[in-house]
Design a protein around this ligand. Structure first.
Ligand SMILES: [Zn+2]
Length: 137
């Protein structure tokens, strides 16, 4: 037995740290991407567009602000080009739109911690032959 983290666990640990930076009071999501040599490309979290300062009361209404939130996976994909990343770990299962984006970027392995029932990610992964597995906290 070894205490050494597996590569997916390593990526998930990075994703968890990234989630701590999210300013969304309702759902903090972090994500991490590794390249084909298991080197870290980067980490990201859900939040508002860079440089935008939320006005007073902005966080009070989840429905109203939801459309402005950039998901962690989208922010993550802004860090690399298609084909550069092999593996993505994210603290919540990608939503349908993020799963489609990860497909477009050629991600082959996706690991998530918390399940997101409203997502079509499992069906999309099965159809395109992408690994989608849960790593529990
Ligand atoms: Zn999403």
């Amino acid at each position: 037995m070894s205490d050494r983290l597996s590569i997916p666990e390593y990526a998930m640990a990075l994703a968890r740290v990234a989630s701590l930076r999210s300013e969304d009071p309702y759902r903090k999501v972090g994500a991490a991407a590794l390249d084909h040599d298991n080197r870290v490309i980067g980490t990201a979290y859900n939040g508002l567009a860079p440089g935008f300062d939320a006005p007073l009361g902005f966080w009070d209404n989840r429905e109203k602000r939801q459309k402005f939130m950039l998901h962690a996976e989208i922010n993550l994909c802004s860090l690399f080009r298609r084909g550069e990343a092999k593996l993505v770990a994210t603290t919540t299962m990608p939503c349908t739109a993020c799963m489609q984006t990860l497909c477009a970027y050629g991600i082959k392995e996706i690991y998530y911690q918390d399940i997101y029932h409203a997502s079509d990610a499992p069906e999309i992964a099965a159809t395109y032959g992408i690994t989608l597995e849960q790593i529990k906290a």
